[in-house]
Design a protein around this ligand. Structure first.
Ligand SMILES: *Cc1c(COP(=O)(O)O)cnc(C)c1O
Length: 405
């Protein structure tokens, strides 16, 4: 049998919805990845804000391995100890009274939006079904979540789309407050727009959304799929803002690389998803819940979270120095370890090119749209890994500028 594999096999065998990099990572440790040829990369992407504890974390390996020897899967006709441990820990650590687990961010938002619709249907007139969402937002790839998302290109040509969704400009308090009415059942917003370009919401904006939702009996949903589980320096980003949602969706970092998502909500709303109204085969599976339990107990620790802010400061200081020297970015922004560098007018549309040059220099970075280079490294990335990665970023910037001349 032919065991040789290369990047071309992706084009040979995979549906072409992605265009992955030319190299194939085969193993990792902490924030370092190695490809098939043994070349090392500093990983400032962490699988798109997923590998919160880096690669091959020993606590995760231990807890998941132990669970693998016990029970992998039961189905939701039975509950299990890891999921109850995880649920209790999330409830104790947040605003939530109740949680539900699924397998991804899109599924979490799907559940959040369905809960909001069902709650309105249980308690109000049939006309209360409108969802207010924001331009530039990203909520996942199911039909409901691409429809709620504020990037029309992701919903284009998949119609007919679910109705009753209205989009208004992000961070525009007047427009949002005007759009929210007695017909609104939910407002869905990312506290920091991730895919949309690493754009933090203004505190006044989120505060006004909370107030308008209260006035019109609408449910406020925070999509914290990207911002959750320590990413912004607090366990969840709403804690940075002091604005509490009614439903919060979480995924990405929660499993540290093991697929899991979930929603957090209150005792007021949770009865609307009673037995039989929603479901999942894998959600809350013992292996995924074990991984998430280990991630959560590691991250929900004051020292761990404070360290994220220190690492943030190191990134921003260094990136600002680079920009003083190289003049490539219009703005360096973000919270915690979700950082965006927006290219200035001389380099519009070139974020992907810059990320490719980074890979050449042994550095993995993300983009967020055509003009923003995004960093979302493991939350426990070591100071040495940060320094090494930032040094490689400087080399990549020099190389990128020479190519452009
Ligand atoms: C990644 C992301 C999603 C979708 O998560 P999947 O696990 O890919 O379904 C939803 N919302 C936000 C804010 C995200 O960053």
């Amino acid at each position: 049998m032919d065991t040789h594999l290369e990047r071309n096999d992706f084009d040979n065998y995979m549906i072409p919805m992605f265009s992955p990099a030319g190299f194939i990572p085969v193993k990792g440790k902490g924030s370092i990845l190695f490809d098939q040829q043994g070349k090392d990369y500093i990983d400032f992407a962490a699988g798109i804000a997923v590998n919160a504890l880096g690669h091959a974390n020993s606590e995760l390996i231990n807890s998941v391995t132990q669970q693998m020897h016990r029970v992998w899967h039961l189905g939701n006709g039975y509950t299990n100890e890891p999921v109850l441990t995880l649920a209790r820990e999330l409830v104790n650590a947040t605003f939530a009274d109740k949680v539900f687990f699924c397998n991804s961010g899109a599924e979490a938002n799907e559940a959040a939006l369905k809960l909001a619709r069902k709650y309105a249907s249980d308690h109000y007139d049939a006309g209360k079904n409108e969802i207010i969402a924001f331009n530039g937002s990203f909520h996942g790839r199911t039909l409901f979540t691409v429809s709620a998302g504020g990037q029309p290109k992701y919903a284009k040509n998949f119609g007919p789309l679910p109705g009753g969704i209205r989009h208004v400009p992000f961070n525009n308090t007047d427009a949002a407050v005007q759009a929210i009415s007695s017909k609104t059942c939910a407002v869905i917003v990312e506290p920091v727009q991730g895919e949309g370009g690493v754009i933090p919401a203004n505190k006044d904006f989120l505060t006004a959304l909370r107030k308008a939702c209260d006035e019109h009996d609408a449910v406020l949903i925070f999509d914290e799929v990207q911002t959750g589980v320590g990413r912004t320096g607090k366990l969840y980003a709403y804690m940075n803002y002091g604005v509490v949602p009614d439903i919060l969706s979480t995924a990405k970092g929660l499993g540290g690389g093991f697929p899991i998502g979930g929603i957090l909500t209150t005792n007021k709303l949770s009865p609307s998803l009673s037995a039989g109204t929603h479901g999942t085969t894998y959600g809350g599976n013992p292996l995924a819940a074990t991984a998430a339990g280990t991630v959560l107990s590691t991250i929900n620790d004051e020292m761990f979270l404070n360290n994220i802010d220190d690492t943030h400061d190191r990134f921003v200081k260094c990136l600002t120095e680079y920009n003083d020297k190289y003049q490539v970015f219009k703005e360096i922004r973000g919270m915690g370890l979700l950082l965006g560098c927006e290219l200035n007018e001389n380099y519009q549309g070139m974020a992907k090119q810059l990320s490719n040059v980074c890979a050449k220099h042994g550095l993995i970075v993300l983009i967020a749209g055509p003009n923003v280079v995004r960093f979302a490294p493991a939350l426990n990335i070591s100071p040495e890994e940060v320094e090494k990665g930032l040094m490689r970023f400087a080399l990549a910037l020099e190389d990128f500028l020479i190519r452009e001349e």
